[in-house]
Write a protein that binds this ligand. Structure first.
Ligand SMILES: [Zn+2]
Length: 100
């Protein structure tokens, strides 16, 4: 299946789509996604069988739009999220922030 950018509506094969994910935020359980075509940045939550789109609300991430992706699964780690779909595997790392 192809996964669309919600801004420019370009459609991507899963490998191209998930390689554009970066910076897993474990607290809010979301990843950042930057569209390879239009550069739009979105936050999304990877869920079993679907992607959740939404917005931060009162310290949480409220999902208000879901896209079904049959077979999608995920495994949460301390500093990473492992995503798998069919034979594909992608690892999204947490960007380490230094507070001084
Ligand atoms: Zn786009």
């Amino acid at each position: 299946m192809l996964i669309p950018c919600l801004a420019c509506e370009s459609r991507f094969v899963p490998d191209e789509y998930f390689r554009a994910c970066s910076d897993y935020n474990r607290g809010l359980d979301l990843v950042s996604w930057t569209c390879p075509r239009c550069g739009n940045r979105d936050d999304l939550r990877v869920l079993p069988g679907e992607l959740g789109f939404g917005y931060p609300y009162r310290g949480r991430f409220a999902v208000d739009d879901r896209l079904r992706v049959p077979g999608l699964s995920r495994k949460r780690g301390d500093l990473r999220l492992d995503i798998s779909l069919d034979a594909g595997r992608w690892r999204v790392s947490t960007r380490i922030r230094q507070f001084i």
